[in-house]
Design a protein around this ligand. Structure first.
Ligand code: SAM
Length: 257
């Protein structure tokens, strides 16, 4: 009989979202939804270790002390304050609200690549205000995606804003506007912005921005940028732009250190 090779299972530490105040105590009670997920969906057991995080930069390694479908409790083993994990540049993605469920994908993928804040953007060609239920759904998706991609922070999803709000005080950092009529690419445009700690990216909906919107945005300081010779779907364009911006302004510098 051949040798039996015992392979140690690779364990991924599960993550659960709790309110910040809960992480201040040594014993933590998980919120009902997270208790259900831990006890019923994942079937975790007493004694297992998981990570709790507050979505604002604090996380704790805990040991489960009670596992019931309606109540999961845990004892804090170690706490960590906000760490340097994550991009050093805060990117807001102001996304022209697309039709159907495409915004779900934008929020999920944007959270994975590192968006700090999402603004559902009302534009001339995307005028329909999302319902409260849709907004709540996007916020849930952001929390779930942050958990899955082991982010310390959950990106905010703001209430819908009209495009002009981006130059009337609702904007973090310079405004970058992917526009298919522009010829200058990211590599040419970003150095013009100088050193920045935050950038807002505004992407048009399926029908794109109206020419007057682009003209008005430029008059208020927006910088238009090309994403290349092909036209990207709106739900692709925002995520691709954020990935490029973060690579150029944040991740590449970490690699170079
Ligand atoms: N209706 C437009 C057309 O047919 O030319 C395309 C709009 S595109 C589907 C939606 C948004 O994605 C645009 O408003 C723009 O912000 C962005 N976008 C897509 N491809 C782009 C590119 N090659 N360069 C710059 N922006 C792009």
């Amino acid at each position: 009989m051949g040798r039996v090779v015992v392979r140690r299972a690779v364990t991924v530490t599960r993550r659960f979202l709790v309110p910040s105040e809960a992480l201040e105590a040594d014993e933590v009670r998980l919120p009902p939804e997270e208790s259900h997920h831990a006890a019923v969906v994942l079937r975790l057991r007493r004694g297992e270790r998981v990570v709790l995080f507050d979505g604002r930069g604090v996380e704790a390694l805990v040991e489960l002390t009670r596992v019931e479908p309606r109540e999961v409790r845990a004892r804090v083993v170690a706490r960590s304050a906000a760490s340097a994990r994550g991009p050093t540049v805060q990117v807001t993605l102001a996304q022209g609200i697309p039709k159907g469920g495409k915004m779900d994908d934008v929020i999920r993928m944007g959270t994975e690549v590192g968006v700090a804040r999402f603004v559902p953007l009302l534009t001339r060609r995307a005028l329909a205000r999302p319902s409260a239920a849709r907004l709540a759904r996007w916020r849930r998706i952001a929390a779930e995606a942050a958990k899955q991609s082991r982010r310390l922070t959950v990106p905010e999803v703001t209430d819908p804003l009209p495009l002009p709000a981006l130059w009337a005080g609702e904007r973090a950092g310079p405004l970058l506007m992917p526009w298919e009529e522009e010829r200058a690419g990211i590599g040419e445009v970003l150095p013009r912005l100088g050193p920045v700690r935050a950038v807002t990216v505004a992407v048009g909906p399926e029908g794109g921005f109206a020419p007057e919107e682009v003209a008005e945005a430029r008059a208020h300081g927006a910088v238009t940028v090309s994403l290349g010779p092909t036209i990207l779907r709106t739900e692709t364009a925002g995520v691709v732009t954020v990935a490029m911006v973060l690579y150029e302004l944040s991740l590449r510098r970490i690699e170079e250190r």
